[in-house]
Ligand binder design. Structure first.
Ligand SMILES: C[S@@+](CC[C@H](N)C(=O)[O-])C[C@H]1O[C@@H](n2cnc3c(N)ncnc32)[C@H](O)[C@@H]1O
Length: 242
């Protein structure tokens, strides 16, 4: 079932995530709640990403997840946030739009080409460029540098190399404020985290196993409270308790 869904054309049309199992419900949510309220420049960014990157555009955070992230930022009055994994900038523009005028999102990506090609000009067009601090770097070295500098963030969104999430978690626990939130994207990995290993396609096994290990680890980490939200490809929210 998962396999058919994963390779179906519907996946590409509606995005990524576990809700392909209910494409009609997902389409309904998008058409009723999400697309009518989507910022015009987020729509432009989404469409430009699909145009430039085709199937690779699946890496983008789906619009309904962006809507949730935006609301979380506002509900928690986040002002200073961190993003690991930018690609063309969909989650970055979402964040920049949600932050107050004097807010700042620091965004790290090892590859700046997709951002330069698609996202940066639309972020300028949206008038939120002043809130964005893009760091072109491997995440581990950038995050370790921030720890040394004593940086603290209200919220962190991680959407990069899945095999490093567990390592990032230890560093991010030093970077997020007590009471702050770390969100890990793709923690359901197209639903494959919940099926026997032999049903996971070979090319997805390494990330799947890393995400399963992360999920178990987060569930047992007493320094945080968690909620694994079945949105997009799975978003685990961790609130730092101590
Ligand atoms: C899934 S995409 C991010 C999508 C983005 N959040 C969005 O909404 O469009 C993952 C990104 O992580 C970046 N990445 C992968 N490994 C990384 C690393 N070790 N350090 C920094 N960035 C990395 C990739 O270059 C890629 O742009």
């Amino acid at each position: 079932m998962v396999k058919n869904i994963l390779h179906s054309d519907a996946l590409h049309k509606v995005g990524s995530g576990i809700f392909e199992s209910s494409v009609h419900v997902w389409q309904y949510i998008l058409e009723t709640n999400v697309y009518p309220r989507e910022h015009v420049l987020l729509k432009k960014l989404r469409e430009a990403t699909i145009k430039h990157y085709g199937r690779k555009s699946i890496m983008m955070v789906p619009a309904e997840e962006g809507q949730l992230i935006s609301m979380l930022l506002k509900m928690t009055n986040a002002k200073k946030t961190l993003e690991v994994g930018v690609f063309t900038g969909f989650s970055l523009l979402t964040t920049a739009l949600a932050l107050p005028e004097d807010g700042q999102v620091t965004a790290v990506d090892v590859d700046r080409e997709p951002f330069d090609k698609v996202g940066s000009q639309l972020i300028r067009e949206a008038g939120v460029e002043h809130k964005v601090n893009f760091i072109h770097s491997d995440a581990t070295s950038a995050l370790e540098k921030m720890v040394k500098q004593g940086e603290k963030f209200d919220m962190v969104f991680v959407d990069a190399d899945k095999t490093s999430y567990k390592k990032y978690h230890e560093i991010l626990m030093k970077l997020v404020k007590v009471g702050g939130i770390i969100g890990y994207d793709n923690t359901l990995w197209f639903g494959y985290v919940a099926v026997p290993d032999e049903e996971v396609p070979e090319y997805m096994k390494v990330d799947c196993s890393a995400l399963k290990e992360l999920n178990s680890f987060l569930a047992s980490d007493t320094r945080i409270e968690i909620s694994q939200v079945a949105i997009g490809d799975g978003l685990t929210l961790c609130r730092r308790l101590k």
